[in-house]
Write a protein that binds this ligand. Structure first.
Ligand code: AMP
Length: 426
């Protein structure tokens, strides 16, 4: 399929070809036609799938077909959870609209509002915004959403994770009832479905797996281990393997910090990336990881979403996620062009239910390995861990890693592409 066959205007095709895109990504192929038809769309897609162009290109097409050059009320609103994403989406809007007579702006908090308000006053067609600053400026009468024709809610799941539900509801009340709505989310929890139900009108549902379709080629393995031995085990795996680029997922911010600290003491260059870290600290951690001065990035799910990092050779789940789809997103970070990646999970007794749920979703049993000296605790409860209780057991005992040997090697099976659950489709 080509971009031409999607029915986009010449000006947009020119911008797309200037970007060097030759073929629309799967989410673009699926989302662009219904958006162009004026339908509401509910899309399951995460960063890396080309989702931004998936909504931006048809949105610009629709606006440019019916220009309002004199007055320029805000006709399209793209709401994003973070400043970084807002800036990124805005950059895309600018690039794709280069050959169109459309104006756009971006607004987010943490910076002076005056220049943002001044740009809006001059008239813009497309506004990219984070909820807080948008509501601020609206409350001050510095912008109006009364003429919005197209509303895009980007990374809706992250919006909810960040507590923006009330803000979204407020924003919706400021727009006309008759409008086109597009909602993008990487996961589909009950709350997301409820939100979608409230916003979207008979939506067309589309979905795409990440662009790195190497999920097929990812070796997955579970290490059954006592909770208190996880830190020692992960240090051993990374040190023995001399791994240089590892993305580790921790359940909590506190857990991520503690793990980093312990890795640092063991001589592993690690940095944490999560919501409590300042923007500066996050950027520094990420650039260190990209340049190689940091070998291990320890992230929480929320922080990892939207992270612009290339595919990695190793992803380790220090703790399993309690949402099975998050497992698929996490391991989708591994694999390199042509080569396969490795996804390891350290699983303690209280994560047994999570493991079962993941295996059900991906429709395969994950091979299990137990390393000598890192055995699971036979007396530990298999009652599932509650959310927010993912902290490490401090009674970690030292183990003699040199004694370790494979006891029950299940081998590195290749996974099949995870089949979607109904949960994702609905
Ligand atoms: P996104 O998921 O929107 O963050 O996009 C991920 C990356 O893919 C960005 O760097 C885009 O510039 C790029 N991209 C988007 N669409 C295409 C395409 N059709 N062909 C190649 N790259 C693309």
């Amino acid at each position: 399929m080509s971009f031409q066959s999607l029915g986009l205007s010449e000006a947009l095709l020119k911008a797309v070809s200037k970007k060097g895109y030759t073929t629309p990504s799967p989410i673009q192929q699926k989302a662009i036609p219904p958006v162009l038809e004026g339908k509401d769309v509910l899309a399951s897609a995460q960063t890396g799938t080309g989702k931004t162009a998936g909504f931006t290109l048809p949105l610009l097409h629709i606006l440019s077909e019916n220009p309002k050059e004199k007055f320029r009320p805000i006709r399209a609103l793209i709401l994003t959870p973070t400043r970084e994403l807002a800036a990124q989406v805005y950059a895309n809007v600018k690039e794709y609209s280069e050959f169109l007579n459309l104006r756009s702006a971006v607004i987010f908090g943490g910076v002076n509002q005056k220049p943002q308000a001044a740009t809006i006053r001059q008239g813009i067609d497309v506004l990219v915004a984070t909820p807080g600053r948008l509501l601020d400026l609206e409350n001050q009468g510095l912008l109006s959403l009364k003429r919005v024709e197209i509303f895009v809610l980007d990374e809706a799941d992250r919006m909810l994770d960040m507590g923006f539900l009330r803000d979204i509801e407020r924003v919706i009340k400021m727009m006309p009832e008759k409008r086109q709505n597009l909602m993008f989310s990487a996961t589909f929890s009950k709350d997301i479905k409820k939100l979608a139900h409230g916003i979207l009108n008979h939506p067309v549902q589309v979905e795409a797996t990440p662009e790195n379709t190497t999920v097929d080629a990812i070796s997955q393995k579970v290490y059954r281990v006592a909770k208190g031995l996880k830190t020692d085990l992960i240090i051993k795996l990374i040190s023995d393997g001399n791994w240089k680029q590892v993305l580790v997922f921790a359940r909590t911010k506190h857990g991520a910090n503690k793990l980093c600290e312990k890795m640092g003491k063991a001589g592993i260059k690690a940095a944490a990336i999560h919501g409590n870290k300042s923007q500066g600290a996050r950027t520094k951690a990420l650039s260190g990881f990209k340049s190689g001065s940091v070998s291990v990035l320890v992230a929480t799910d929320i922080a990892a979403r939207g992270l612009d990092i290339p595919l990695l050779p190793h992803v380790i789940n220090f703790e399993l996620p309690n949402i099975p789809e998050d497992y698929v997103h996490r391991i989708g970070r591994t694999g390199r062009a042509g080569a396969s990646g490795e996804a390891l999970s350290l699983v303690s007794a209280d994560e047994t239910t999570f493991l079962r749920d993941i295996e059900k979703l991906i429709e395969m049993k994950l091979p299990v390995e137990i390393l000598e000296g890192f055995e699971p605790d036979p007396n530990a409860s298999t009652a599932p861990i509650k959310q927010g209780q993912g902290r490490q057991n401090r009674n970690s005992r030292n183990s003699n890693s040199s004694n370790s040997s494979n006891r029950n090697s299940g081998g590195n099976n290749k996974s099949r592409r995870p089949k979607r659950t109904n949960d994702r489709r609905s």
